[in-house]
Every structure is written in structure tokens, then in C-alpha cells.
Write a new protein. Structure first.
Length: 305
């Protein structure tokens, strides 16, 4: 197991630096285009308009976001990867800058969209990574077209179907979204504490909360409803992981409470060429919270492919 450590500001607190000053400094360091203003293109596939961003040159790395985010999740890690690789991020239908005519009824449409985008871009082989909901999408893409994979990155995700407790969470999410006073903004306060550690949210970089909140607010109601259904009803991908005879990196934040390290370790053990990298001091959105460490883990793994 490889671990990648994130530098915290706790030591500075011990030296008597004011928390407010720390937060302000950290906020000033987060310089990104607004989620809605990212560079990219839109392609019409499968009856909807899918937004993607592509930067850099070389072997392709395709990154698929989690619920209810967008490709904006990967903006911080992109800058560390596209010096030597072509990095492609895709907004799933109903999220970010992509549209959807109606809620999806499962994981399948997301996988079909992503494969269609890669075909449009002429990408025949790629390392394909998925964070959280992006993981089941990666598994479905592999079931549909394993030949497009040169490797896979499973980021803070879960190969198991939703258990009774998680199904209840998604059913509650659907009730909230569809309620009289519902909407995507009503589920954000529940989701955010899982995305980032308390240290990041409250002390080190509260600007990260603002950015991810804006990304979540871009999700349409139909998009959020479809994603909740897809996650609730996702299939068991255990056998798919076992069949992935390609290099597989499982990347997870040490403090991910939604899909803990034990789940990632099980995936790494199940994959014939599996390897795990644990990002210290990061939670569910590890690739956003700790981009340097996440990129180092990915680049180190790819250097051995």
C-alpha cells in the first residue's frame, strides 16, 4: 500500500497564527475558473448534449466525476497531469454543462455517453478513471467495451451494490429532491461533510467548499434524480473487478467515510493487477482536496505501466 501525505496547517495553528488568517490565505490559493466557465466543447450523443474538457497531449486519461458534481472536480489535479498526458473530463448528462432530456434509470446511459464521446474524439485507448458514482460507470464501460481500456483508476468508489442502509439514503435523497420544497440545493448540506475533511472545510481551505458547492448547484433536478436512482440500483461489480486484467489503481482518501479504505483495499485485492494508493488527510473528494498527492500517485502508477 502506498500512502501520500497532505500537509496540514495544524502546526501553524500551534504557533499562534489566527484561524481566520489561515482560512483567508488558503482561499486566495484556490484560483480556478468558475465551474460553469470551464474551457471545453459540447458534443451531441445519445439524444443529449455532453460537455467535455480536453487538455494536454499524449496518452489519454479520462476522468469521470461523482454525484452530484461535474468535471470541475478534476480541475486541480488536471494541471498536474496534462503536462505529459491528454486529460479528458466529461460532465455526465444532467450535470455541469451537460443536458439531459429526462432522468436516467440506471448506470448504463452514463457509460454509453462516455464511450460515445471517446469515439467522437477518436480515442481508441485510454486510462479511464471514475470517482464515486464514476466508479460504477467505469465498470459498466468495461463490461460494454473492455478494449478501450489501457488501465483503470477507481477513485473513492465502491464495487458493491448499495446495501439496505445506503438504499435508504438514496431513497431519502429522492424524497428530498422531489419534495414540494425540494431541489438540488437541499441535498448539498448533507453531501458536503463527506466530500472534504473538517480541517479543510473549517480551517485550511473553506474556498474549496464554495467551489464544490457551485459545481453541485449546476446539476439539474432531472440529473440529480437520475443519479440517485442509478446509485441506489447499481449492480454488483465484484466479478467485473476480478475480470479487469489491466493495470488498476485504487485511489482513496484516508478519511473517506462514505466509501472507506477497506472497500478500496478489497477492490485492489480483487483486481488481477490491482494497486492501492491512500491519500492521507483527504476525504471522499481526495482528487480535489489533495491534488498534488493524488497526481503523484497516478503518475507513479502510470510510470510502471
Amino acid at each position: 500500500m502506498q500512502t501520500y501525505s497532505k500537509t496540514f496547517l495544524s502546526a501553524a495553528l500551534g504557533l499562534g497564527i489566527a484561524t481566520g488568517a489561515l482560512a483567508q490565505t488558503a482561499a486566495e490559493r484556490l484560483v480556478l475558473p468558475a465551474p460553469a466557465d470551464r474551457d471545453g466543447e459540447t458534443v451531441s450523443v445519445n439524444g443529449t448534449d455532453i460537455f467535455y474538457s480536453s487538455s494536454g497531449e499524449g496518452d489519454a486519461i479520462v476522468l469521470l466525476h461523482g454525484y452530484p458534481l461535474s468535471g470541475a472536480l478534476f480541475e486541480r489535479v488536471r494541471d498536474k497531469l496534462d503536462d505529459n498526458h491528454r486529460v479528458i473530463t466529461i460532465d455526465h448528462r444532467g450535470y455541469g454543462n451537460s443536458t439531459t432530456p429526462e432522468p436516467v434509470d440506471g448506470i448504463g446511459p452514463y457509460a454509453e455517453d462516455a464511450l460515445a464521446v471517446l469515439k467522437e474524439l477518436g480515442v481508441e485507448k485510454a486510462v479511464i478513471g471514475g470517482m464515486s458514482m464514476g466508479g460504477p460507470i467505469v465498470f459498466e464501460m468495461y463490461r460494454q467495451n473492455p478494449d478501450v481500456f489501457s488501465g483503470a483508476i477507481l477513485i473513492d468508489t465502491n464495487h458493491n451494490p448499495a446495501n439496505a442502509i445506503e438504499k435508504g439514503i438514496w431513497n431519502g435523497t429522492l424524497e428530498t429532491l422531489k419534495g414540494e420544497d425540494g431541489g438540488v440545493d437541499k441535498i448539498i448540506p448533507f453531501l458536503m461533510p463527506n466530500m472534504l475533511t473538517g480541517e479543510t472545510r473549517l480551517v485550511e481551505a473553506p474556498a474549496q467548499v464554495d467551489y464544490l458547492t457551485e459545481a453541485m448547484k449546476q446539476a439539474s433536478l432531472d440529473g440529480a434524480i437520475g443519479g440517485a436512482v442509478a446509485l441506489r440500483d447499481r449492480p454488483d461489480s465484484t466479478e467485473t473487478v476480478k475480470s479487469m486484467d489491466i493495470p488498476v489503481l485504487v485511489l482513496v482518501g484516508r478519511e473517506d467515510t462514505l466509501y472507506p479504505v477497506a472497500i478500496s483495499q478489497a477492490m485492489a485485492d480483487a483486481a488481477p493487477q490491482g494497486e492501492i494508493a491512500v491519500i492521507e488527510g483527504a476525504a471522499h473528494a481526495a482528487v480535489f482536496e489533495a491534488p498534488e498527492e493524488s497526481a503523484a500517485a497516478i503518475m507513479n502508477w502510470m510510470s510502471k505501466m
